[in-house]
Design a protein around this ligand. Structure first.
Ligand code: UDP
Length: 327
């Protein structure tokens, strides 16, 4: 059989793909997408922050096999593998601040183990990195050639530096062993299957709004973020998997909004009477964030299609369906 290096990524020619972090928010959407394209999936997760509920729709699917495994332990897979997607991560500030050592481990040892698997199997490799590589950005919007402004010893460093190390390791495997690698720098992404209590601003505000509780704006709310709906992100990752670009590619929605305006948007879309309360800004919270996606547009022909209004409407509907309003 041809190795994963040369085989095409089409429905007619299905591949065997190993995904770490498969039970996570983005990982599970990626599994849905690839299973719908008839690829075989080994869906791996240690369920520290992921949930089997996110993969419930794929239970019994003939092409999907769930493996409970921590990627910081060596990854052994029988048979051929064509692509390795390393998506395991503690992506929410609340999660990584609560598990800093595990966060560093999954970005370092975990990335190494997944890269080793790709090398051993002659498979492609995709690393899901982050806009946090830019830290509190000195260049706005953030462009891939900017090297970032990261506090290496601050509370967020466990996440930022593990991803920066993961990027460096990915490039080293490409340069040293010729592994066909891709690096996605993912900006704030939202949608169904985010955890209601994961502390990030989208689930937090929606949860608070549905309960009629005050929306907790950190700092004065003048900091900005740019929110990408998960289906757009999955499309970008899918295209990147086939790209020959080895250097990082930003994937995110360039529509930028202040957190205060964002609270207003949530209030309007949920129809809540919740007031706004101000809480201290977390240490090293980036002041501005917006992706420059020129590179993704040029190389992948990709750009987001789902507006914030549309994406939030389906996200709010999802949280309502969980009974968040009555929580
Ligand atoms: N934030 C907020 N209230 C919350 C949660 C977050 O004002 O209840 C702010 C947070 O300080 C940051 C932005 O919203 O400026 C996005 O935070 P999130 O944790 O979603 O992701 P980040 O971009 O910081 O990784």
């Amino acid at each position: 059989m041809e190795s994963g290096y040369n085989r095409k990524f089409t429905e007619e020619d299905p591949l065997r793909i190993v995904i770490s972090g498969a039970a996570g928010f983005i990982g599970s959407h990626m599994c849905d997408r690839l299973a719908a394209e008839n690829h075989h999936i080994v869906a791996m997760d240690n369920l520290l922050t992921g949930s089997e509920r996110n993969l419930a729709q794929l239970e019994g699917h003939p092409l999907v096999r769930f493996v409970r495994h921590d990627v910081t332990e060596p990854v052994v897979i029988e048979g051929s593998v064509d692509a390795v997607l390393h998506m395991a991560s503690l992506a929410s500030p609340k999660d990584y601040l609560g598990h800093p050592v595990e966060t560093l481990e999954v970005g370092s040892t975990g990335t190494r183990n997944m890269l080793e698997l790709a090398r051993e199997k002659g498979a492609r490799f995709l690393f899901t990195s982050t806009s946090e590589c830019y830290g509190d950005p000195l260049v706005h919007p953030q462009v891939e050639t900017s090297w970032g402004n990261v506090n290496p010893v601050g509370p967020r460093s466990c996440y930022d530096e593990s991803k920066r190390y993961g990027e460096a390791l990915t490039m080293a495997y490409h340069r040293t062993f010729g592994v066909r690698t891709n690096i996605a720098r993912i900006f704030n992404t939202y949608g169904p299957r985010m955890k209601l209590d994961d502390g990030r601003v989208v689930p937090s505000f929606v949860d608070q709004a549905l309960r009629g509780a005050p929306l907790t704006v950190f700092g004065d709310g003048s900091q900005t973020r740019s929110f990408c709906y998960v289906s757009d992100l999955v499309e970008g990752l899918r295209l990147l998997m086939e790209s020959e670009e080895r250097y990082p590619v930003n994937l995110g929605n360039p529509a930028e909004i202040t957190i205060l305006e964002f609270a207003e948007r949530i209030r309007r879309l949920t129809g809540t009477g919740s007031e706004t309360v101000f809480r201290p800004l977390p240490e090293d919270d980036p002041k501005l964030r917006r992706p420059d996606i020129s590179k993704a547009r040029r190389l992948l022909g990709w750009e987001p299609r789902v507006s914030l209004e549309e994406g939030l409407a389906s996200t709010i509907a999802y949280f309502r369906s969980l009974g968040a309003a009555s929580a």
